[in-house]
Design a protein around this ligand. Sequence first.
Ligand SMILES: O=P(O)(O)OC[C@H]1O[C@H](OP(=O)(O)OP(=O)(O)O)[C@H](O)[C@@H]1O
Ligand code: HPA
Ligand SMILES: [Mg+2]
Length: 183
Amino acid sequence: MREEIKEILLSEEQIKSRVKELGEEISRDFPEGDVLFIGVLKGSVMFISDLMRSMKVDVNMDFMAVSSYGLSSETSGVVRILKDLDFDIEYRDVIIVEDIIDTGTTLRYLYDYLKARNPRNLKICCLLDKPERRKVNINIDYKGFEIPDYFVVGYGLDYAEKFRYLPYIGILKEDVYKKDKSN
Ligand SMILES: O=P(O)(O)OC[C@H]1O[C@H](OP(=O)(O)OP(=O)(O)O)[C@H](O)[C@@H]1O
Ligand code: HPA
Ligand SMILES: [Mg+2]
C-alpha cells in the first residue's frame, strides 16, 4: 500500500463483486438492450469499463468530460463541460455512470443538461455515494457503496490527478491535502 493511503476502504475483490451485481441488475431492468452508458471523465473510466463487461445485454458508451475539483480536494462549485457527447440521446435509454457523488454538484448539472435532450429514460449509476456531504438532492438509481465522509482515491478517483491507477479505493491521509492547502 502507498504511504499516502491511510486505509483501504474497499478492496479490489469487494469492488469487483459489487460491479458484477450492478451490471446484472441493470441488465434485468433493460432486457431489450440498446442501453447507452455515459461515462463522466475521468474518474469513471475504470468503473464504466468493468461495468460494461458485467452487462448481459447490448450496451454502448459515450463520454462527457466535466471538471469541478481541478487540482483540489474541494469542489469549486462551478461545473465546466470540457467534452460533450458524440451521439444524439433523444428517445434512448441512457445511464449516467459516475465514480462518486459527493456534494452532488456535478451530477445535478449533468442530469439537467442531458434531460433537456429528451432521452426515453435517464438513470444514474454511481459506484460511491457520500451522503453526508450532499448539497443538492439527487435520486440515485443504481449505487455501489455508501461511504463515510473521507476523501478517497483509487479505481479512477484522484487527488490532484494522482492515485487513479490504484486497483482499490483507499482513504487519503489528511496531511497529504492539508499540506497542499497550507502552501
Ligand atoms: O458530487 P461532486 O461534489 O460534484 O463530486 C463528484 C465529482 O467530482 C469528481 O470529478 P472531478 O471534477 O474531480 O473530475 P475527474 O473525474 O476528472 O477527477 C468525481 O469524479 C465526480 O465527477
Ligand atoms: O472523495 C473524493 N475523492 C476523489 N475525488 C472526489 N471528488 C469528489 N469527492 C471525491
Ligand atoms: Mg477529480
